[in-house]
Design a protein around this ligand. Structure first.
Ligand code: COA
Length: 243
C-alpha cells in the first residue's frame, strides 16, 4: 500500500485500488489529488501485472464532491494551467489504460468526481449515490471530459439535461439512463465491485484490451472503418494464447 497525501494506492495481486482520501471535504479534487492520481495511474499503466483497477472514495458521504472550491482562481496563469494539464493528463491516462476500470460510486458524485467516474469503463453505484455536474451554475463548463464522455455514456439528451440544468440525479435515475450499470443496496458496494473485478480477472487481458480499443476508437469512426478495425483486432487474437 502506498499512502499519498490525498489518495490511497493499493495493489493486491492483479487488482489495483485507488481510494480518493479527503473525506473531511467529501474527497474534493484538489491540485495535490491531481498530482497524486497522476503518479498512481502512471504506476498502474507501467505495471504489466495489474489487470484491473477499482476507484472508490473514502468515508461515508461521497465518492468526490467535485473540484476543490477553495482552489478556484488560484492557478498562476492560464498558460501554466494549460501546460500542467498537458503534462499531468490524469483523464487521458485513465481513459487510455488497456485494463478494465471500475468506479465504485457512493454519496455525492459531483463535478470532477463524476468526470473521474466517466473515464472508467464500468460504474457501479450504491443506492445513496447522487450524481451531478454543477459547473454551469458556477459559470464554468466541465473541463475534465464530461462534455464528451457523458453523451457517449448516457446519450445526448441526458447529457444536455444534466449539463444545462445542473440537476442532480439519484442512483436509480443513473441506472435508467445507463450511466451506471448496477445499483447496490445497503453497504454492499465494495464487495460487489470486487466480485465484478474478480470476474474480469478471469478473462484474457488481451481480449479485454482489444475490446476496449475497438469500442473507444470505433466510436469516433464511420461504421465501415469501425468494423474493419474490429476485424483487424479480432484477427490478431486468433491463435494466440488466452493470457
Ligand atoms: N470543495 C471544497 N470543499 C468542499 C467541497 C468542494 N467541492 N464540497 C464539500 N466541501 C467541504 C465543505 O466546505 C465542508 O467543509 P467544512 O466542514 O470545513 O465546512 C465539508 O466538505 C462538508 O460539506 P458540507 O457542505 O458541510 O456538506 P453538506 O451535506 O451540507 O453538502 C454538498 C454537501 C456536496 C451538497 C455541498 O458540500 C456542496 O455543494 N459542495 C460543492 C459541490 C460543488 O459545487 N463542487 C464543484 C463542482 S465544479
Amino acid at each position: 500500500m502506498s499512502s499519498f497525501e490525498t489518495i490511497i494506492y493499493e495493489v493486491d495481486g492483479p487488482l489495483a485500488r485507488i481510494t480518493l482520501n479527503r473525506p473531511r471535504v467529501l474527497n474534493a479534487y484538489n491540485i495535490q489529488m491531481r498530482d497524486d492520481l497522476y503518479e498512481a495511474l502512471t504506476a498502474v499503466a507501467d505495471d504489466p501485472q495489474i489487470r484491473a483497477l477499482l476507484i472508490a472514495g473514502a468515508g461515508d458521504r461521497a465518492f468526490c464532491a467535485g473540484a476543490d472550491l477553495t482552489e478556484f482562481g488560484t492557478a498562476p496563469s492560464q498558460v501554466i494551467a494549460r501546460q500542467v494539464r498537458w503534462e499531468r493528463d490524469v483523464w487521458g491516462i485513465l481513459l487510455s489504460l488497456p485494463i478494465p476500470t471500475i468506479a465504485a460510486l457512493h454519496g455525492y458524485v459531483l463535478g470532477s468526481g463524476m468526470e473521474i467516474a466517466l473515464c472508467c469503463d464500468l460504474r457501479i453505484a450504491s443506492e445513496d449515490a447522487i450524481l451531478g455536474l454543477p459547473e454551469a451554475s458556477l459559470g464554468f463548463i466541465p473541463a475534465a471530459g464530461a462534455t464528451q464522455t457523458l453523451p457517449r455514456a448516457a446519450g445526448l439528451s441526458q447529457a444536455l439535461h444534466m449539463l444545462l440544468t445542473t440537476q442532480r440525479i439519484d442512483a436509480v435515475q443513473a441506472l435508467e439512463t445507463g450511466l451506471v450499470i448496477e445499483v447496490v443496496p445497503g453497504k454492499g458496494l465494495m464487495k460487489r465491485c470486487e466480485a465484478i473485478a474478480g470476474d474480469l480477472l478471469k478473462s484474457s487481458p488481451r481480449a479485454l484490451a482489444f475490446a476496449k480499443e475497438a469500442m473507444a476508437r470505433g466510436l469516433d469512426l464511420p461504421l465501415g472503418e469501425g468494423l474493419a478495425l474490429e476485424g483487424r483486432l479480432a484477427e490478431s487474437l486468433f491463435g494466440t494464447s488466452p493470457t
